[in-house]
Write a protein that binds this ligand. Structure first.
Ligand code: NVA
Length: 384
């Protein structure tokens, strides 16, 4: 059986009766993005719904997709497209199993149900991108609070798995749920197509305010005790501060910023593929890149994506090309059609295992987004 570096113990005292200390081996253990992968959650296509076109969604949406959201908000994504995406994700799961990785899936839940809290009402979205919501740090699963109203209840699809991992010894935390009242959002935020938009993010102005902490898990890139975060349209400074205090002094959360008019999820902007090797999006200059260089890291600028303009990407840029999944430092899952990226990995001595999830990409994520690590073999180390 594989090495799992985390041992915790449970000691339960019931009245006078003292139980003996039982060592629990947590089924959850992942410290970074590259250690040998043993178990993973892969998201689901089933039941995916288009989020209502609220200000936080509009802020990240290119104008050519506005009609799609306006007319389809609250409805399922086009069925024929979803069927293709589901077939791609099944293939993805089979490939992971063939590579020796245990694949787990979230529950099928009804995302069409309208919910109402004292502060807002919405319908749901999907359980397609576990990376957005679950942050695994060592033996702890942290459910991110999220920032979109359509994602408020997204954790429900993962609860059967999380409860199972908890019963087997994992630590489990839910970050404070935001109220998501109007104060969390800037109603007058300029849209994606504003030519001055990058100047606005340079001034640290985002569609989410600092009314209360919020973050998506995908705005954090893990390298052991060094965790890289970005203030984005869905992760605010108080959300980053919450995680910092929660994890404590043993971890360094480095807050990075990029030339990017539309930051949302760091894993198509900065991606660490091995100890001391980072992919840095050439279109989104990292203002702190010297920190990596000074520490002796290799900075690799990946090639531009080649996905055609005609392919619908309702929720993301084309940079899903660098949103890959490392199985270990010698094997990577990447897109079969992104030939320049495939060649880059070959040159780096990393074997690309390729397939296409283009229709699944349309929902907003690549291989990294569509998954979350549950267990990788390795130790919690410092890299900077
Ligand atoms: N929102 C970012 C990251 C997606 C994984 C982008 O569109 O590039």
């Amino acid at each position: 059986r594989s090495h799992v570096a985390c041992l915790s113990s449970s000691k339960i005292t019931l009245g006078r009766e003292k139980q003996t200390e039982t060592p629990l081996r947590s089924p959850v253990w992942s410290c970074n993005e590259w250690d040998p992968l043993e178990e993973i959650i892969v998201g689901r296509v089933e039941g995916a719904h288009v989020p209502p076109f609220t200000e936080e969604v509009q802020a990240i949406t290119v104008k050519r997709n506005w009609d799609f959201f306006k007319y389809r908000g609250g409805q399922p994504y086009p069925a024929a497209h979803l069927a293709k995406a589901a077939a791609e994700i099944e293939t993805f799961c089979n490939i992971l199993e063939q590579e020796g990785v245990t694949v787990r899936r979230p529950a099928i839940v009804d995302h069409s149900i309208e919910y109402k809290t004292p502060d807002f009402r919405s319908t749901g979205m999907h359980a397609a991108m576990p990376r957005d919501i679950l942050l695994v740090i060592g033996d702890e699963i942290i459910e991110a609070p999220m920032a979109w109203r359509s994602r408020f209840f997204e954790y429900r699809a993962y609860r059967p798995l999380i409860k199972e991992y908890f019963q087997k010894g994992a630590r489990w935390t839910t970050a404070p749920k935001p109220q998501m009242s109007d104060e969390l959002y800037d109603k007058n935020y300029p849209d994606e197509n504003d030519p001055n938009r990058h100047k606005i993010t340079d001034q640290a102005k985002f569609v989410t305010t600092e009314f209360e902490p919020c973050f998506d898990a995908a705005d954090f890139m893990r390298a052991g005790r060094d965790i890289f975060a970005q203030r984005s349209q869905v992760t605010n400074y108080s959300g980053i501060e919450w995680l910092k205090r929660h994890l404590g002094d043993k971890y360094n959360i480095h807050c990075l910023s990029f030339e990017n008019g539309n930051p949302m999820h760091i894993d198509a902007t900065l991606f660490i593929i091995a100890p001391g090797v980072v992919l840095s999006n050439p279109e989104r200059t990292c203002h702190q890149i010297d920190m990596f260089k000074k520490a002796g890291w290799t900075v690799v600028y990946p090639p531009y994506p080649v996905i055609p303009d005609s392919h619908p990407l309702w929720m993301s840029s084309k940079w899903l090309s660098m949103n890959v999944l490392m199985l270990d430092t010698k094997r990577v899952i990447c897109d079969v059609d992104e030939i320049p990226t495939v060649k880059m990995f070959e040159k780096l001595g990393i074997k690309p295992i390729t397939l296409s999830i283009r229709h699944a990409n349309s929902l907003g994520g690549g291989f990294h987004c569509w998954t979350t690590d549950i267990r990788r073999r390795g130790k919690m180390e410092s890299y900077l």
